[in-house]
Each structure stands twice: as structure tokens, then as C-alpha cells.
Design a protein around this ligand. Structure first.
Ligand code: 13P
Length: 287
């Protein structure tokens, strides 16, 4: 059964480790992540962007697929199904479809509007027992080939949002989605410490988990980060393994490109990436 991410992240914050959010795009991704979490006895969060939700035909399909896998793969570790960077309407749709957690990304609104919309969602999520993530300070990333620097959140704005009753907070600390540019200044631990000072025990979320050096990850966890999102690294691992398989020309007998065979190396590469991250984040054996 899907669970809210609230308890697993409270435990992670107390225990000074982080739970990975791994984004899913299809059946292979989902199966690989769930099997790895079960094997390593780690709690896990499956992230679904609005785009990936659409690609998988809609949120109901995603909920049906994930619930089916939890049962048929005998998954016993805590699993949350979480909308990643949701719009207000996207959150409502996922709540309706059966997600156990949502992120409302109001970081592009003026703070008053972010507060108003987050307040509405806090009420709805509390009523239904779902967890809610909010964001302050937008996370940069690549858009049309231009890499934007990650913003640093204003700690007072973080407090204003945290006090609304959300369950965990994504605060921009110079992190960005996708690969980090060579001249990246690194995470702003000064900002992270200032945010932590204002929001107290609220679990913090680090987006853009791909390519952050291990020592920075560890330091972020020591300063209150309890959830780390990873997407690009799984995509790269999947693509590279699939490319190698195709280049090896395994279709000589006409059967090697049966999708079950073609996608198997990519699925294994995702398992390896997820395992490496769970070990780094310290969530192995914490289920
Ligand atoms: P990366 O794609 O950089 O791993 O970031 C994932 C993420 O933060 C999803 O919200």
C-alpha cells in the first residue's frame, strides 16, 4: 500500500539520512526502483512530473501500475507516490487519482500567491492523509540550451511557507536540475543553514541530485536535508546501457530486440544507479 512520505522523512531527518526520490517514466523504471528498494530494505519515493504523468497516459494509469506492482512484486518497504513540481491543478488531479504525496511548486508566484495556494493544498492534503512538499526559491536548470543558475531561497519566505503546515520544504540553495556546469559554484551551505535555523525540524528537500559530489550530499544531510531527488542520472544510465546493447548488434537472430531484452540492460543500469544513491544517502536498511 502506498504511504504518505511524512513519516519516512521525519525518521530520516532524525536519523540523519535521506530518502531518495527517483522519477519514473515507464514500467521498466518503476519496476527497477521498487525491486532495488525492496532488496536494500530502503524506503523510497517515486516521483512523477506532470510531463511524465501525461506520457504514461495520465495519473490514474500511474496509480494503477504502481499499486499493481506493490502487490505483485510483494513490496514491503514504505513507498510514496509523489507528484514532482506540480501545478495547483496538477496537485488536485493527483490527489483525486490516488497519489500519496504531492509537491506544489509555487516558487514562480509572488510569495503571497504561493502562500495562498499552498494554504489551500495543506487543508486538502491533511484531510486525506497525504504529504505535501512546497518550494521556495526556484531550482535552476537547462532550458532551451541555456543553463540558469539555481536561486538561493530567502529564509524568511521559507519560514512563511513552512509555517502553513506543509510536511517538507524544497529550498533553493544553488542546486539545479540536470548536469552541473563546469563553473558551478556548489551548494550554498550558508543558505541551507539559515533556512534550517528558521524552519527548525521541518525535513528539507534537495532537488537536482544528479552530479552533486558525495561530500556535499553528506554535508547537506547533516544540515537537515531528508529527501534527495534524482532523475537525470537514471536517464543517462538507461540511455547509455541501451546504446551499448544496440551497438553490440544483439539482433543477429532477429530476437535480440524484443523489447523485453532490449530494455533489460537499461533497467539493470537504473537498479545500479538507485543502489549507489541509496547507499550514499544512507537509507539502506532503514525500512
Ligand atoms: P536531476 O534531474 O538533476 O537529478 O533532478 C531531479 C529533480 O530534482 C526532480 O525534481
Amino acid at each position: 500500500m502506498l504511504v504518505s512520505a511524512r513519516d519516512m522523512l521525519e525518521k530520516a531527518r532524525e536519523g540523519k539520512y535521506a530518502v531518495g526520490q527517483f522519477n519514473i517514466n515507464n514500467l521498466e523504471w518503476t519496476k527497477s526502483i521498487l525491486l532495488t528498494a525492496e532488496e536494500l530494505k530502503s524506503p523510497v519515493i517515486l516521483g512523477v512530473s506532470e510531463g511524465a504523468g501525461k506520457y504514461m497516459t495520465g495519473y490514474k494509469t500511474v496509480v494503477g501500475m504502481v499499486n499493481g506492482m506493490l502487490e505483485e512484486l510483494n513490496i514491503t518497504v514504505p513507498v510514496a507516490l509523489h507528484l514532482d513540481h506540480g501545478s495547483y491543478d496538477g496537485c488536485l488531479k493527483c490527489i483525486e487519482a490516488g497519489f500519496s504525496s504531492v509537491m506544489f511548486d509555487g516558487s514562480h508566484y509572488p510569495i503571497e500567491e504561493n502562500v495562498a495556494k499552498t494554504t489551500e493544498l495543506v487543508k486538502i492534503c491533511k484531510d486525506k492523509g497525504l504529504s505535501l512538499e512546497a518550494e521556495v526559491g526556484s531550482i535552476g536548470g537547462e532550458e532551451d540550451g541555456v543553463v540558469g543558475a539555481g536561486e538561493c531561497a530567502d529564509p524568511d519566505e521559507c519560514k512563511a511557507i513552512a509555517d502553513l503546515g506543509i510536511d517538507f520544504l524544497a529550498a533553493g540553495i544553488g542546486n539545479i536540475h540536470g548536469k552541473y556546469p563546469a563553473n558551478w559554484a556548489g551548494l550554498s551551505f550558508e543558505t541551507l543553514a539559515a533556512v534550517k535555523e528558521k524552519v527548525g525540524d521541518m525535513p528539507l528537500v534537495l532537488h537536482g541530485g544528479t552530479g552533486i559530489p558525495a561530500d556535499m550530499i553528506k554535508k547537506a544531510i547533516s544540515l537537515g536535508v531528508a529527501k534527495i531527488n534524482v532523475n537525470t542520472e537514471c536517464q543517462l544510465a538507461f540511455a547509455e546501457a541501451t546504446r551499448k546493447y544496440i551497438e553490440a548488434g544483439r539482433d543477429q537472430q532477429g530476437k535480440g530486440f524484443d523489447p523485453r531484452k532490449l530494455l533489460a540492460p537499461g533497467a539493470d543500469a537504473i537498479k545500479a544507479t538507485v543502489k549507489e544513491k541509496m547507499e550514499l544517502f544512507g537509507s539502506v536498511g532503514k525500512a
